[in-house]
Design a protein around this ligand. Structure first.
Ligand code: FAD
Length: 314
């Protein structure tokens, strides 16, 4: 029987695994993707993070590598199962069954660090989109855009951050947003103009086709309704992710898990933290999730070992 099963191996689940080793808890981590790191490695690996303690700036993927190396330094590390998705958790008398795409596991406690959930990218929605070569929905390696004409679609943080990164290596970068106002940090939007990125606001994408290695986009000005075409080498779509709904039987609000002051969900001994939770004053960033998980792992150690003098420093 496992002491703990951690569901989701983003930064918060991974740090939960490190702390579980320090507390000598036995368990496993289950991650549906083929890599650890959650949003940092899937959505913005090349972005410089500047709000983590101890780093002037660090690329998202490098921060995950640092956590991974800390995880690997532990002899009693919790095995991480990649490419395995948790489908359901089932309460038994005084333990839980965790049902996955591959197996069913028994555990005394559960930690849900499922972030945005299992997600897939939102497509443009054009009929022939899937037949087009060189259209991408995530960016794990900016160097593929070197000396290319690139069009980024979207108006949120990831579209803007990635446009700025791509522009450092691309021949030209154009960002097309369907609205006037970007949903990204104002300073980053300003930086796009300063760095020569072509910004097209209030345009919809009406068509896409391919001529040899070039992509041709038909766009429509939403005000004048005039259509025009643009040619490029690559299109990067950043319309966000569509989370697939999990069926975990815990109380939720707007699809986020409700927790009490100890980050316990509506089920006993099932805890949740990181981007998946909601409570008054919740902030969805890395450092908040890391703080939450440290409280939870201490609490779980108390539950598993009620007579132990639980360490708070190591
Ligand atoms: C573009 C962008 C820039 C950002 N920049 C910053 C920044 O500069 N600083 C900062 O502090 N924060 C930043 N954030 C926010 C930060 O990424 C999140 O706060 C953080 O990723 C939350 O971590 P998490 O572990 O809770 O969730 P996630 O990173 O979402 O990880 C959850 C993991 O759980 C897995 N999972 C989900 N459901 C299942 C299941 N049923 N079975 C198995 N596995 C499952 C997912 O595949 C995923 O790997 C940014 C976010 C974005 C989108």
């Amino acid at each position: 029987m496992n002491d703990i099963i951690i569901i989701g191996c983003g930064p918060v689940g991974l740090y939960g695994a490190i702390l579980s080793s320090l507390h000598n808890l036995k368990g496993i981590v289950i991650e549906s993707l083929n890599q650890i790191g959650g949003q940092l490695t899937s959505l913005y690996p090349e972005k410089d993070i500047i709000d983590l303690p101890g780093f002037d700036k660090i690329k998202a993927k490098d921060f995950i590598s640092k956590l991974e190396s800390q995880y690997n330094s532990k002899e009693n590390k919790l095995p991480i199962h990649l490419n395995e998705s948790v489908l359901d958790i089932i309460k038994e008398e005084d333990y839980y069954l965790v049902k996955t795409t591959l197996d069913t596991y028994e555990t005394k406690t559960i930690l849900l660090t499922t972030g945005m959930g299992m997600f897939s990218p939102r497509l443009i929605g054009l009929e022939n989109e899937k037949e087009i070569k060189n259209i991408f929905y995530s960016c794990s390696d900016v160097s593929i855009y070197k000396d290319k004409d690139v069009i980024v679609l979207g108006g949120g943080d990831s579209a803007v951050d990635l446009s700025l990164l791509i522009n450092k290596v691309a021949k030209s970068t154009t960002i097309i947003h369907r609205r006037n106002d970007f949903r990204a940090q104002e300073s980053s939007v300003r930086k796009m103009s300063e760095e020569g990125i072509c910004i097209l606001r209030n345009y919809s994408i009406k068509g896409i086709d391919q001529k040899e290695d070039k992509i041709r986009l038909t766009i429509k000005d939403n005000e004048t309704l005039k259509e025009s075409t643009l040619t490029c080498d690559n299109v990067l779509v950043q319309y966000g992710q569509i989370p697939s709904k999990d069926s975990f039987p815990v109380e939720k609000e707007n699809n986020l898990i409700k927790v009490n002051d100890y980050y316990q969900t509506s089920l006993p001994n099932v805890f949740a933290c990181g981007n998946i939770v909601t409570y008054k004053g919740k902030v969805k960033n890395i450092i908040t999730g890391l703080g939450e998980v440290s409280l939870i792992i201490t609490r779980i150690d108390q539950i598993i070992n009620p007579t132990k003098n639980i360490p708070i420093h190591f």
